[in-house]
Design a binder for this molecule. Structure first.
Ligand SMILES: *Cc1c(COP(=O)(O)O)cnc(C)c1O
Length: 259
């Protein structure tokens, strides 16, 4: 895929239902991750595959867990919280990867082990306070807007350092690195610069002050573009449809500007 310049966002992702279906889809994604890592001269071990289970009902998630998924990403807090309760009998770590309003921080503090879309101090403060009350802590990624599209969530790159200095005050938040959504386009030459920008920003921030970013990981890449993201240094790829199958809800339900 990365050899030509087109990304295929309309791939016919087959819907996984049985444990066997999930094993097959996971093996195929794994093969593609390993191939991309090898092309980039990277160690496969530096790259986490985060399966994204939004919109997928409980029965199918149970099959995915049986096939080996023990950490799941969800875009919406309410959906994630509900699922965490429905499947409390299973060994699953929940990562909230979508935009959060500060009044929902208390829900995240209750059940999530990771939050990947931190972009406002108000939310950081609310999370820290609620986590303290729960006696918990949370791994967080700061979401950066690398596509210069106003309606997309994430903070402007130039505000990152100041933001991280403030976030350092919050003991309950363990900064893991940076997260981004690339521009939604089938043209690699538009997608790749978003990933490159995140990596360069990470590198510069680390040079300025190595204590600001923790392990300084990069969460970038989804079903349509994770191989490009790996070539550009991703440490976490968030993959939904290539594992679970095509979603019926359009992506515009999760982020507004897409097209
Ligand atoms: C849904 C989602 C993904 C995964 O997208 P797929 O196309 O299903 O791979 C990744 N990141 C975020 C923030 C998402 O909401």
């Amino acid at each position: 895929m990365a050899e030509n310049n087109a990304l295929n966002h309309d791939e016919q992702f087959s819907t996984a239902v049985t444990v066997e279906d999930f094993r097959d889809n996971l093996a195929e994604v794994e093969r593609r991750i390993s191939a991309a890592a090898e092309r980039a001269g990277r160690d496969r071990q530096e790259i986490e595959l985060l399966p994204v289970s939004k919109t997928v009902p409980q029965e199918r998630i149970r099959a995915a867990v049986a096939a080996g998924c023990h950490k799941l990403g969800e875009n919406k807090v309410q959906e994630a919280h509900r699922k965490s309760e429905e499947m409390a009998d299973l060994d699953i770590d929940w990562a909230v990867i979508g935009h959060l309003q500060s009044n929902k921080a208390k829900d995240v503090a209750k059940f999530a082990s990771e939050f990947q879309a931190l972009d406002r101090i108000k939310v950081a403060r609310a999370l820290d306070r609620r986590l303290e009350a729960e006696g918990r802590s949370l791994d967080v990624y700061v979401q950066v807007n690398t596509s210069a599209e106003d309606s997309k969530f994430g903070m402007p790159p130039e505000e990152l350092t100041g933001f991280l200095r403030q976030v350092r005050e919050f003991d309950r938040l363990n900064i893991q690195g940076l997260m981004t959504l690339a521009v939604f386009s089938s043209d690699i030459e538009r997608v790749r610069p978003c990933f490159q920008q995140l990596r360069e920003l990470r590198d510069r921030t680390r040079e300025t002050d190595p204590s600001l970013l923790g392990p300084a990981r990069l969460s970038m890449g989804m079903s349509g573009d994770f191989e490009v993201a790996i070539e550009e240094g991703a440490n976490c790829v968030r993959v939904g449809q290539a594992i679970f199958g095509r979603r019926s809800l359009p992506d515009s339900h999760y982020w507004p500007e897409n097209g």
